[in-house]
Design a protein around this ligand. Sequence first.
Ligand code: PMP
Ligand code: GLN
Length: 381
Amino acid sequence: ITSKLPNVGTTIFTTMSQLAAETGALNLSQGFPDFDGPLALREALARHVMAGHNQYAPMTGLPALREQVAVKVRSLYGRNACADREITISPGATQAIFCAIQAVVRAGDEVIVFDPCYDSYEPAVQLAGGVCIHQPLTLPDFRIDWQRLADALTPRTRMIVLNTPHNPSGALIESSELDRLAELIRGRDIYLLSDEVYEHLVFDGRAHASVLRHDELYQRAFVVSSFGKTYHVTGWKTGYVVAPPALTDELRKVHQYVSFTAVTPLQWALADFMAGHPEHIVELPAFYQAKRDLFCDLLAGSRLRFERAAGTYFQLIDYSAIRPDLDDVAMAQWLTREHGVASIPISVFYQRPPQGLRLVRFCFAKREETLRQAAERLCAI
Ligand code: PMP
Ligand code: GLN
């Protein structure tokens, strides 16, 4: 067979989680909590399954859940998004991203992505017949290089993919940068895909600069989030897209033939939980900041170096004082096999990894006990 995706292999998340399982290592690689979602949420799911909410939901998503998303984006970002015309529930953010890309990217179009870049964007662009133009974020702080971005725009540029808070670096885009972006693309036929799945995981009192807050950018944006991250249930694979009506119409044309809809009882449970527990998202930043700080404080005595993540549930760690001889892929393997802690090398998220990159990513969405054990092992190296 002539592959449509010749350069695509198995994802690093599968590879490292499998290696962790095989070796019995603590798995701080793939991003998911090792604790469960809220009891009331899981009980709501059981209740709805037993109540017979087991047939297809409407194609656009359960009205009660779309309404909860509308309430949330209004209160957090001041955006009056219409639940019927601007909000679509998806079976996971990954599916939403895929559909948004298929909806607007045509053969020969260019899509700008920033490296290190989450791995699902490029294959989706390639399947649409487009090509990704990779822009490296600046080091060491993972910011957009605005001159470089301006120089990269061409008449073929159809989409720019933003990801804030950023996986894997934890960096945040500032609201002033959104103004700058608006200025740069004004008058051009360019859409935005804003991957905001870690929107609630922002620390040290900083604010998430959502594209939903930005009137001008929102007019051409698909804003994607994931209930999996927000409610500690990554296996539920449920997310949503907020986009202006004309873009939502195009998105839904794809969504209805990729999956048609998302899982019904999960949507009921999420709608109930959001309505009954508005405090959950308010408490989330402090909840994860405490985990970040515990992990970082425990590592203070190690030879690992880091700047605390500003957002997400990932911490980048510079290991150059320990094994400067190993590249990050080899280091992640070595740490898993020899020291029992699995991480993610970040060079795999680059088209051209910077020379001498010595960073691996640890997920701190873990119980205190797991973080203590992992830190103990890392401090012993
Ligand atoms: N975008 C980013 C940046 C992510 O880290 C993830 C999480 N895995 C996703 C999208 C996909 O989220 P979901 O599991 O809801 O498909
Ligand atoms: N987004 C998660 C991470 O970055 C993994 C999701 C996946 O396994 N595809 O680790």
